[in-house]
Design a protein around this ligand. Structure first.
Ligand SMILES: *Cc1c(COP(=O)(O)O)cnc(C)c1O
Length: 456
């Protein structure tokens, strides 16, 4: 192996980050504020208080404080599964015959199987500290629900999960993991909420979407005393917690004096990517790092590449605050793509602003190409990747192949957000040649975007 860089770069316990980093503090153009859906005025903390935990609201609204200390209890939990390894993909490089140096930060080494646990444990901690009885949430592919169930079990909180129906049916084992950790799981849309009933009337037979499930979970949180709603992606607070990924990556690369040339991550709501890139984007903004940063999304749900940058509802039921983001419209229900975690109609306002400012590139991939990259990766690197993560693999492979053509030894870093153990129905469809590539037409996107709220 070359350059004396080990296959896995770990950090010692002393080298672990003790604070999360808030990229907003260093952004010249701050992300646009959340708006009250009734008055169209910026949401105040007291308006958010019936929905979210107090401490998390402070983090959500804070565009100025660069570092937030990681509470001792959260740090202790992190130590059970962190640091996650930064892996030098020697075997992938060899298979691609590329001069590029490829690294991936692997977040799948915990029972929930993804990076989502990084924020779940923080959110459960703040809910417990506030003296709440429980939390409600939605889950798409099931990773967030699983992570939150684990976090709630640790802090002895009740956890009610609304799971997008297509995943509930495709992924019965995810559901059972959640129940094993003590959560209750309801397929969404359900008839247990007002909004669920309304959505079912309007779209009979719908397989659901994250937007629907969010509306149901918010309704239950705001109508049940001692409960608040928590969200696993999109929000500023989630990107803040996920900065642990980027801070560890930065520390690991520094150990070997490696400067990334290209950083790649998959983007659903934007939390893993926002977390991975945080310290590097800071340096890029300050002119201290010359680096391309690329978001990869599914061609079936292309918010950053084909969406509109505008205020929109975060949920289908239009009960949540308005966020300014690249969006396909809150009525957009993507085709049943197998990367359930990337089926959200919008994108984090932080990433959206960075995209609008030209600091973040975006690309999309069709799912059969993504699975081809996933299988190649599994065979050479050993790890079975989640379909979501495989979007990043696909883009990293494409960049590494370009390096083969130009002869450049670029440092490519990508986020491998999770494992694919619970995605075997998807792999089966791919292996059987039964996977299709649905790409929405311009007219479909136009129709959906036409329903955006008018903000003056
Ligand atoms: C949820 C999830 C994603 C996408 O969510 P982001 O908030 O965009 O990071 C990506 N990969 C995995 C494995 C996930 O579980």
């Amino acid at each position: 192996m070359s350059n004396n860089i080990p296959y896995k770069i770990y950090l010692t316990e002393d080298e672990l980050p003790r604070a999360w980093y808030n990229l907003r503090a260093d952004m010249k153009n701050k992300p646009a504020p959340l708006l009250n859906p009734g008055t169209h005025q910026p949401m105040k903390a007291e308006e958010l208080a019936p929905v979210f935990c107090e401490e998390l609201i402070k983090q959500e609204l804070d565009n100025d404080t660069p570092y937030f200390e990681i509470p001792e209890e959260v740090f202790n939990f992190y130590k059970m599964y962190r640091p996650s390894p930064l892996v030098r993909a020697y075997y992938l490089e060899k298979a691609l015959d590329t001069p590029a140096h490829i690294y991936y930060k692997f977040e799948g080494n915990n029972t929930s199987g993804s990076h989502k646990l990084n924020s779940a444990i923080a959110q459960a901690y703040y809910a417990k500290k506030q003296g709440l009885k429980g939390v409600t949430t939605e889950t798409g592919a099931g990773q967030w629900g699983t992570a939150l169930s684990m976090a709630c079990a640790y802090f002895d909180l009740d956890c009610k999960v609304y799971m997008v129906k297509v995943s509930y049916e495709q992924k019965p084992f995810r559901r059972e993991v959640m129940r094993t950790y003590g959560a209750s799981v309801t397929p969404s849309p359900s008839t247990s909420t007002q909004i669920g009933k309304k959505i079912l009337e309007a779209h009979p037979g719908t397989t659901g979407s994250l937007g629907c499930a969010i509306s149901e979970a918010v309704e239950v949180a705001t109508s049940t005393p001692g409960y608040r709603y928590v969200l696993g992606s999109v929000l500023n607070q989630v990107l803040l917690h996920q900065s642990i990924i980027g801070l560890e990556t930065e520390a690991a690369l520094k150990k070997y004096d490696i400067k990334p040339d290209i950083i790649i991550g998959c983007a659903g709501g934007g939390s893993n990517l926002g977390g991975l890139i945080a310290p590097f984007m800071r340096d890029k903004i300050k002119g201290e790092l010359d680096c391309r940063i690329i978001a990869v999304e599914p061609a079936s749900c292309p918010s950053l590449t084909r969406g509109t940058y505008a205020y929109d509802f975060c949920d289908t039921g239009m009960v949540c605050p308005l966020a300014k983001m690249y969006t396909l419209g809150s009525n957009f229900i993507p085709s049943p793509n197998h990367a359930g975690g990337l089926r959200y109609h919008g994108m984090s306002s932080v990433l959206s602003q960075l995209r609008a400012d030209g600091l973040l590139e975006a690309t999309s991939a069709i799912q059969t190409d993504v699975f081809a990259a996933a299988e190649m990766f599994a065979r050479v690197e050993g790890t079975l990747p989640a379909p979501e993560s495989s979007h990043a693999i696909k883009a990293a492979v494409d960049e590494a192949i370009k390096c083969r053509e130009t002869g450049e030894a670029k440092n490519i870093v990508f986020g491998l957000t999770g494992t694919g153990y619970f995605d075997m129905v998807a792999y089966q469809a791919y292996n059987d040649g039964a996977m299709s590539d649905y790409i929405p037409t311009d007219d479909e996107i136009k129709a959906s975007v036409a329903t955006l709220p008018k903000i003056d």
